[in-house]
Design a protein around this ligand. Sequence first.
Ligand code: HEM
Length: 485
Amino acid sequence: MTTSSDTDTGTTAAPAPATAAGPSAPLAPEGSGLPVLGSILDFRRDILLAMHRGWRDHGDLVRYRLGPVVVHGVSSPELAAEVLTDSASYGKLGPDNPLRLILGEGLLTSDDHESWMRNRRMMQPIYTKQAIARMYESMSASTAAQVAHMARSHRSGDVVDIHGEMMRVTLDIVSRCMFSTDVEQTRDGISPEAVDVAINYAFDRLQNPFSPPTHWPTPRNRRFRRVMEGIDSMTYGIIAERRAAAAAGTVRGDGTPDLLDMLLDVRDADTGLGMSDREVRDEVITTFGAGHETTAITLTWAFYLLSRHREVLRRVQEEVDAVLGDAMPTMADLAAMPYALQVFEEALRLYPSAPIVPRLALRDTELGGYTVPAGSRLLVDLFNIHRHERHWDDPERFDPDRFSADGKRGRHRFAHMPFGAGPHLCIGKHFALMEAHLLLAALVRRYEFRHVPAHRVVNQASITLRPRYGMEMTVHTRSRATGTG
Ligand code: HEM
């Protein structure tokens, strides 16, 4: 396997040992590493490649040492199901989770089960399929603006970094849905550059327990602090404006609530209390952090895969042309374009944009016949699980038909879980699927993107699975009369 280009060459993992663990079950087999450092250097170089090799060599549960920290790679749907559904044994990472430096204690990073559950219950109604449908107009406005921007900025045949374009439009979507403003108006706080600095900083600390303390005045620490001050001052400023407007009874715009209005409005069913400014800030930043890059990256991989699999591209084009003609997709149109969504789901299988779901062993447990000691970490590896040969035929093959009604029948529930699983299942799943479906259909209708052969495609697994050097593609305007332009 290589994570440093297209993933057309696959490997088979040894299945996990089937023996039941006794009271003195052994520790899981150890991945290769150096004295003292353990696997730190391999993980820093390419965490997914290191864990893929460990899986191939040792099986579905592998123990790694990262200096003083012990982590376990979990690479089968069966073991993932045990880990992700047993919150009493496997909790979220604790206060030392570097993501907290950005997201605070929002849903994604809270390790206090009680307060997480309270907030999750309050916020769940905001993210149901029906509630998300109310945001379709905002998503559609962003999509139309993106198509107009591309028409203005690029001529047919120009080379474009599709990853940059997708980051731009998904950030715009989350800005409009959260604050009813487009991305230009949040530039001084939450910009693509700020998000980049923050995520890289946190991921580096996640992988390297020897990072300098955050309060040391290193250039990197200072840059990170500056970025976070910009993000916080913008967010708290908007929260204060909204609270003041609500107190004065001022109705904003046409009165349609955005995500921020809804977060400010939620109430605990038992106490009647809402969220503090700090809690609202943490959920706002979590939504930005968790909710735009993940979708942008998967769309980027989807367009890359389509450019390499022209027969699949033709099928999506035919579907989209037949349903849309020359119009932008309405919400009803999406249901009539199932194949476009299957393309996105298959891209999520091969390139899960949040490839590793971390947990902390809260007590000594037994997993797959091995002892997992309390305090060690577990990294549920979606990249490996989505390629598990017990569950996928020819796993490296790009085949959106795996997600047709027939294709899905009988599949293990945890064999495809790009949105995680169990109680922490991604709250934004319907949001992501609706925006991705809309963007994919609207862009396929208008453009054909062709990967520039000389451009190197290299996976970079940080907290997300990005293309390290972006994704250079030529843009070709399509006209319905002639097919591709
Ligand atoms: C393709 C897009 C997306 C992918 C692949 C993705 C993936 C994930 C995964 C794997 C988890 C589970 C984390 C865990 O168990 O520790 C998660 C949780 C979460 N996601 Fe997403 N996500 C996506 C889009 C979104 C969007 C659009 C939003 C918000 C609008 C969002 C907000 C969240 C939040 C708040 C959580 C924490 C849920 C909880 O623990 O209660 N995500 N996501």
